[in-house]
Design a protein around this ligand. Structure first.
Ligand code: ATP
Ligand code: MG
Length: 257
């Protein structure tokens, strides 16, 4: 893998074989030659990416470059023309969204505010378990999450509308945890948050990665935060993706915020 060179250039061209080697014998998430978009509009033109289990990867790039589309594709929200996505070795390229969450353990955190404001905090959490076979399971997992995060526990019976921005983001993350996913796709967790909440959200994500072994693929406008978070030495992006992210002509340097 390319490591930062003396002249600051980092985007040496690792081959797919080198990426594989760096990700270990079995990367948790692997994308190969993915061509995807929305309807007839192609946004991704053949990207290759590897993320090892328990690692974090941050995608940085200009607006409209296709960062969210990478996450959408892993989660099953795009039209895939060619290429392959595997999770833990299983081909999920054609798997519908609900099965990606249920069978492949992939959760997606929306870029937009997605809590249900008129439901209580605990009801919001239960909603995260709508795919579970038994409602009690969702309730049990909600209790585990509430035991872990005091700000939610203190307000569990209150409407989500009264939460602060940071608490709301915590609730969104927590709701995704109800399905106990292996992979968290997180789109711009810092958007619209005050700085103190941004630090809190990154600390929570860090805890999920380090303590709970979650694999996190993050998109973040706040490049400094995102890159602090990412395991830089494990940034497994094929140069094609970086070119894609830099399609406005600016070079995207994954090591320099
Ligand atoms: N759901 C969608 N349906 C149709 N087109 C979409 C959809 N989402 C994104 N696009 C288009 O795909 C292209 C890439 O957008 P994408 O949202 O992936 O970029 P991004 O890098 O996440 O940008 P931003 O930093 O603004 O969030 C854009 O031209 C956008 O208009
Ligand atoms: Mg986006």
């Amino acid at each position: 893998m390319a490591s930062p060179a003396a002249d600051g250039s980092t985007l040496g061209a690792p081959t797919v074989e080198q990426l594989d080697e760096l990700a270990g014998s079995a990367p948790l998430v692997a994308i190969d030659g993915l061509v995807a978009g929305y309807g007839k509009m192609q946004v991704l033109h053949g990207i290759t990416l590897r993320v090892a289990r328990g690692q974090s990867l941050c995608l940085i790039g200009p607006n409209g470059a296709g960062k969210s589309t990478v996450l959408h594709s892993i989660y099953g929200l795009t039209d895939i023309a060619s290429g392959r996505i595997t999770v833990a070795g299983a081909d999920v390229t054609r798997l519908p969204v609900n099965r990606r969450l249920q069978d492949a353990g992939i959760a997606y955190l929306l870029q937009d505010n997605s809590v249900f404001p008129d439901m209580t905090v605990e009801e919001n959490l239960w909603m995260g378990g709508y795919l579970l076979a038994r409602p009690e399971q969702a309730r049990q997992r909600a209790e585990q999450v509430l035991a872990k995060y005091e700000p939610l526990r203190l307000r569990r019976k209150e409407r989500a509308a009264v939460l602060s921005g940071g608490e709301r983001r915590l609730l969104e993350i927590s709701r995704a945890l109800i399905m106990d996913p292996d992979v968290l796709l997180v789109d711009e967790p810092s958007i619209g948050l005050e700085p103190r909440f941004i630090d809190m959200v990154f600390a929570i994500l860090r805890g999920l990665q380090r303590n709970d072994g979650k694999t996190i693929v993050l998109v973040e406008q706040n490049a400094r935060k995102g890159l602090e978070f990412a395991d830089k030495e494990k940034l497994f992006i094929h140069p094609k993706l970086m070119q894609l992210l830099a399609h406005d002509g600016n070079r995207v340097d994954p090591y320099a915020p």
